[in-house]
Write a protein that binds this ligand. Structure first.
Ligand code: CTP
Length: 486
């Protein structure tokens, strides 16, 4: 097979390619292959493909907080000139700290790292040092170390201290003011804001001592991101205690440091996410499949662009996004009430997989199996259509966006929903088993391939991560709202 080498690639394209490759865990060559394939197959639109690719690059750059091109190079703006002191605690999640360093540096931050001795059992100072491009600090008393800058300087020469993973032990130490190693001493000595990303076994997280320590730390002004609910790295363990994903931690850092381009500042946006649970009795319910990953990612991406985001979330196993006001609901009617109470707003994005029906009367007591009577007959009634209600509301937001998860006739169904529900845009995705998206499909997975359906036509986006879809949609919303005057 003939092979090609691309020379003289523009610096801006090279920079973006590098970032996209890192985010998708691909080599740059593989990333280029995916993008070229998408362009050739016309996934970026049949008309004006080159324009479309350039537009895509611009949207991605703006969504990522990259400044306009300066002297042929995209200059990172998000966290440039910010100094982060990252404290890595000893837990399996320490491996995610490596990715966190990469994400921070991509955004222009200088990252200095302190590792506890337990952390060094999970990741090496060698890999941490290679990624942070700095000396890694481990010892409180190391007068022979030519890099020794002292714990006071370490703790003060940063704009923000981030503890990831924050173990039960590190939380306990800081809550009680202990300072017996470099990490705990730096935390007690600092006069800078501190963000903790806890990660521990669900039982440790639920322990009254850990709860007490967390409450104390919050009272002391320590910020938290996560933990999330889900599978733990240890086998057969699940529950609340999984460390927030690196991009969620980055979002929390950006929110704390109040940086990044904010084209949506002053805009109020409502987002619905996750499933709804419609009770049959106190222990059983009807629900749609939904992880909440796409909706939560959209809420976080909008908040990163400065929007005042109100997320109405059904029951999900992931953490509330940083910088977003989250309202937790269970049932469709509660979701509708919460959304309507939030009106007026500039925009609303309906990502939730709302159960279409509920039982007419849910039982107050658990329905028992009675010998000889057979299964109960459930009478169902229709739930309110929240999107349609807002799409035709007297206080309708200027921009209303719905989702259409379909397993067949994707475009026809999406176009019908656009009209029927009074939406400006429908983000259509194929959630069928055979969609070919990601290793585990769209539902519950981390990847998505969507089409944006509007009166003006259909725009196809290539397959990308749900975070990427969220960033592009947030950029699109910012663009659209520019033309809507309040
Ligand atoms: N939606 C909503 N309230 C409902 C049902 C759906 O707000 N009771 C919103 C969803 O959040 C999504 C859009 O409507 O933005 C389309 O949802 P979907 O489940 O695909 O469509 P349905 O209207 O339920 O139609 P069908 O089940 O027939 O496909």
């Amino acid at each position: 097979m003939a092979s090609i080498t691309i020379r003289n690639l523009d610096d801006e394209v090279k920079d973006l390619l590098r970032q996209l490759a890192a985010e998708n865990d691909r080599s740059m060559e593989e990333q280029a292959r995916v993008m070229i394939r998408a362009a050739v197959e016309g996934q970026l639109g049949s008309a004006g493909r080159i324009d479309q690719i350039e537009q895509t690059l611009r949207e991605l750059a703006s969504a990522r907080g990259l400044a306009p091109v300066v002297a042929g190079k995209i200059m990172p703006r998000g966290l440039s000139s910010k100094r982060i002191l990252l404290i890595i605690g000893g837990g399996i999640a320490a491996y995610k700290a490596l990715d966190l360093i990469r994400r921070l540096r991509e955004r222009g931050a200088a990252v200095r790292v302190v590792m506890t001795s337990a952390a060094q059992e999970f990741v090496t100072t060698l890999s941490v040092g290679a990624l942070s491009a700095d000396h890694v600090f481990t010892d409180l008393f190391d007068r022979n170390d030519e890099h020794d800058v002292g714990h006071i300087r370490l703790s003060r020469e940063a704009d923000l201290l981030v503890v990831a993973p924050a173990t039960a032990d590190l939380m306990a130490k800081l809550a009680n003011g202990h300072a017996n190693d470099l990490a705990s001493t730096v935390l007690v000595a600092t006069d800078k804001p501190v963000l903790m990303a806890p990660a521990m076994n669900p039982r440790m997280w639920a322990h009254p001592a850990t709860r007490r320590n967390r409450a104390t730390l919050q009272k002391d002004g320590i910020a938290f991101v996560g933990p999330a609910r889900g599978e733990m790295a240890e086998s057969n363990e699940a529950g609340e205690g999984r460390m927030a994903e690196p991009l969620e931690i980055v979002a929390a850092i950006e929110a704390l440091l109040d940086v990044g381009p904010r084209p949506l500042s002053g805009r109020k946006i409502i987002v619905t996410s996750g499933p709804t649970h419609e009770p049959i009795d106190p222990v059983r319910y009807i629900a749609n499949r939904s992880s909440g990953k796409q909706g939560h990612a959209i809420a976080a991406a909008l908040a990163r662009l400065g929007a005042d985001v109100h997320l109405v979330s059904g029951p999900v196993g992931i953490a509330d996004p940083a910088g977003v006001k989250t309202i937790h609901v269970e049932r469709a009617q509660e979701m509708r009430d919460a959304v309507e109470q939030l009106l007026p707003a500039d925009a609303a994005v309906f990502v939730a997989a709302v159960a279409d029906w509920r039982t007419e009367n849910s039982a107050d007591e658990k329905i028992k199996k009675v010998a000889g009577e057979g299964p109960p007959v459930l009478r169902m009634v229709e739930n309110p259509d929240i999107l349609a209600g807002v799409g035709h509301h007297s206080q309708r937001p200027g921009l209303v966006i719905g989702f259409a998860a379909e397993t067949q006739d994707l475009l026809r169904n999406a176009e019908a929903k656009l009209k029927k529900k009074g939406a400006d845009l429908i983000v259509a995705n194929d959630v069928s088993q055979g969609s070919g998206v990601g290793p585990s499909g769209v539902m519950g997975g981390d990847r998505n391939r969507v089409r944006i359906v509007s009166k003006a036509g259909v725009e196809e986006w290539p397959e990308m991560s749900k975070d990427e879809v969220a960033a592009r949609l947030a950029a699109l919303i910012a663009e659209r709202l520019k033309t809507i005057v309040v």
